[in-house]
Design a protein around this ligand. Structure first.
Ligand SMILES: [Zn+2]
Length: 269
């Protein structure tokens, strides 16, 4: 049974005969009367409007998914694959000015793939309960270590303040959206706001890992701050070589916001 038989089962199955398309043709034309007599009017009308072609040509298959009727693997793949919407937050993590290891950390954080107690518990292990970033230790979660803890607060404020951000405790995704969706004053400002959060997270991660699993005894805030600003300066210099980025981060934030395009006129004789 083909699609037509499924639409008009009474007719097609009726007397058990195998009816073919050519049974509805007479002298290379549709037998319109027979069509109307045997199936619903709107279907008969549709069929009668279909061109029959030349009877001397051999029949051939037509692939409807392409304009030329020829089959291609690409068009077949387009039909069967399920298109997933791109998550804008994830796509912004993979920035070409940010080293892979730094982007990958943000990805792991978004997917709860860092060795904090909840993630570790899935493997039957017990993680650390108390944080190492506050004077009065608190429940150590990724949200605490990277956003709400004392060290995190210090760094987000230090790097964010010159760019106009005041750090507050909101979920990690929301914080990234705040940084990445804020209206930028120029291209460099936008670029800086895009890469800064990942640089901050990376430095927190490095220091946290060294304190937890290495020899480091406590967080060195000054060193972390310097490392972030150095990484930021390096990235800005690579992306915008003509900009002489200030060494001092406070001055640099101000300078970045005030940047404006310079129009150059070259006389041509
Ligand atoms: Zn803490």
């Amino acid at each position: 049974m083909g699609p037509l038989a499924q639409i008009c089962p009474d007719f097609m199955i009726g007397n058990g005969q195998r009816i073919k398309i050519r049974d509805f043709m007479n002298n290379n034309r549709w037998n319109v009367q027979k069509l109307y007599n045997t199936m619903p009017g709107h279907i008969a009308l549709f069929i009668s409007s279909v061109g029959i072609g030349d009877v001397n040509d051999r029949d051939y298959a037509v692939w409807k998914a392409t304009d030329n009727g020829q089959y291609s693997n690409k068009s077949a793949w387009t039909i069967i694959r399920s298109l997933r919407q791109k998550a804008p937050l994830i796509t912004k993590i993979w920035h070409n000015a940010v080293p892979f290891k730094i982007s990958f950390l943000s990805w792991r954080l978004l997917h709860n793939k860092l060795p904090f107690k909840d993630a570790v518990a899935k493997f039957g292990k017990q993680g650390f309960k108390d944080c190492i970033c506050c004077i009065s230790p608190q429940d150590e979660t990724p949200q605490h270590a990277f956003i709400e803890g004392k060290v995190a607060h210090h760094l987000w404020n230090k790097i964010g303040a010159p760019l106009g951000f005041k750090h507050h405790n909101i979920p990690f995704r929301g914080l990234l959206e705040e940084w990445w969706n804020r209206k930028a004053k120029n291209k460099v400002h936008k670029f800086t706001m895009q890469i800064a959060p990942m640089m901050i997270l990376w430095e927190i991660w490095k220091a946290w890992s060294s304190c937890r699993f290495g020899e480091q005894k406590k967080f060195d805030l000054y060193k972390m701050e310097m490392q972030i600003t150095w990484n930021m300066k390096a990235a800005i210099t690579v992306a915008y070589p003509t900009i002489n980025a200030e060494s001092n981060w406070c001055n640099r934030g101000d300078m970045i916001e005030k940047l404006s395009p310079v129009v150059k006129c070259i006389p041509v004789c």
